[in-house]
Design a protein. Structure first.
Ligand code: S3P
Length: 428
């Protein structure tokens, strides 16, 4: 097995920045709500800040009032207006897909939604088709149906009922926001539960959501919200990098404070515990409809585990860092049923396999995942980020654990989600 060289202090305490998914949604729901809102714990990273800039072009005022804290003043959804130029969501798939739904349901708004080179490659058909079923006027300018997207908002019709083939929180939230902005009903079912922050925030604002059997729910109008105080917990997807680091340390304990522990997001804890990792949840509480708490992480010996299909939506963003844990696991690592990894900020199956091969790890690629047996050694090489923050951070964590001088071509992508990543790492 690969050897780790990392020693942590007796108690290494960290906080990670606000949850990216919840930060995006706090921008969108505070735009929908009439009056003044406050957002605390907001993730001041490129992706959510781009969503904020986009909605300020629609007439919402976001003023920074303290560290990670914003005062939001919105005229309410009916008085938002067309932007004078293109909306730029940068690298943010969540920003563009959720905003597309919200804008599609607002009559009299016309907007063009765009993003960077990576975002312009990502599939948008998954939202275009169901939005059209609801009567939306949305078009892409190319055959692949990727961004830029032009939307002419209008009152949509109810959708009874949408049965999703893919468990995607972005698609689900896009349709929910379309129904919410048009004040129509949506009956939605997905095969597995994808993150349910939109459902939680809707209910936190007093909206009507009826749970049905399986992973099905119905939301019904009216959706008239007043300003509220949105509290964003720390991001479990960012904490995941340090959880793996803490488990693989030779000694010392890690305490991560104020983390969102939504049951649809903590698949990473389940998998790491199944691998033998000791992680304790403590001080659990509920804030704005989201379970929040602290995590204690102890050095552990890891072994291979089978990752079942139903866990995939809840670990979808953590697979790159889980793979790094797999490099130190007795028996190796295997991921399957994860074809949608190919549609993330990069094709993450290709990005991981390509980089592991550069480190001379004998990895086998599949359509929906990859596999390697127990790793005895690796070679130092230049790793490629593929314009993907999570690929960059995963290999920087590996480098910290083995301490052998691994290099990465471009780590600037980390700014899209975790601006304090380097400073936390540097404290070690
Ligand atoms: C997100 C949903 C997931 C995830 C993304 C954030 C969200 O995407 O990968 O980072 O905030 O709704 P999919 O819905 O495409 O799986």
């Amino acid at each position: 097995m690969l050897k780790t060289n990392l020693e942590l202090p007796d108690l290494f305490e960290i906080e990670v920045p606000g949850d990216k998914s919840v930060s995006h949604r706090s921008v969108l729901f505070s735009a929908l709500a009439e009056g003044t809102s406050k957002i605390s714990g907001f993730l001041e990273a490129e992706d959510p800040l781009n969503t904020m800039k986009s909605f300020s072009k629609l007439g919402v005022d976001y003023s920074k009032i303290g560290p990670y804290e914003y005062k939001v003043t919105s005229p309410g959804k009916k008085k938002l207006h067309s932007p004078s130029d293109e909306l730029d969501f940068g690298n943010g798939g969540t920003g563009i897909r959720l905003a597309a739904g919200l804008i599609a349901g607002l009559p009299n708004i016309r907007a063009v939604l765009n993003g960077d080179e990576s975002l312009r490659k990502r599939p948008m058909k998954r939202i275009i088709d169901p939005l059209r079923v609801m009567g939306s006027q949305i078009k892409s300018f190319n055959e692949k149906e990727t961004a830029p997207l032009e939307i002419v908002g209008r009152i949509l019709h109810s959708h009874n009922k949408h049965t999703a083939i893919l468990s995607s929180a972005q698609v689900k939230s896009c349709l929910m926001l379309a129904a919410i902005s048009s004040d129509v009903e949506l009956d939605y079912e997905e095969p597995e539960l994808s993150r349910d922050h939109t459902e939680n925030m809707l209910q936190f604002l007093g909206g009507n959501l009826e749970k049905k059997e399986g992973h099905r729910f119905i939301i019904k109008p009216p959706f008239s919200f007043k300003g509220a105080h949105f509290k964003v917990p720390g991001d479990i997807s960012s904490a995941a990098f340090f959880i793996v680091l803490g488990l693989l340390a030779k000694k010392g304990n890690l305490l991560i404070k104020n983390i969102g522990l939504n049951p649809a997001r903590i698949g990473i804890l389940t998998v790491l515990r199944n691998m033998g990792g000791k992680i304790i949840e403590e001080d659990l509480r509920e804030e704005c409809g989201e379970i929040t708490g602290n995590l204690r992480v102890y050095p552990s010996i890891l072994k291979k585990t089978e990752i079942s299909k139903d866990l995939i939506p809840s670990i979808i963003d953590e697979i790159p860092i889980l793979t790094i844990a797999g490099l130190f696991s007795e028996g190796g690592f295997k991921i399957s049923h994860a074809e949608d990894l190919r549609a993330k900020e990069s094709d993450r199956i290709h990005s991981m396999v390509h980089n592991l091969k550069k480190l001379k790890i004998n990895v086998e690629e599949y359509k929906d995942g990859y596999e390697f047996s127990e790793v005895q050694s690796l070679e130092i090489a230049m790793v490629e980020s593929f314009m993907d923050h999570r690929i960059a951070m995963s290999f920087l964590i590996l480098n910290k654990i083995i301490n052998l001088g691994l290099k990465i071509d471009d780590s600037s992508w980390i700014e899209t989600s975790f601006p304090t990543f380097h400073s936390i790492l540097a404290r070690l």
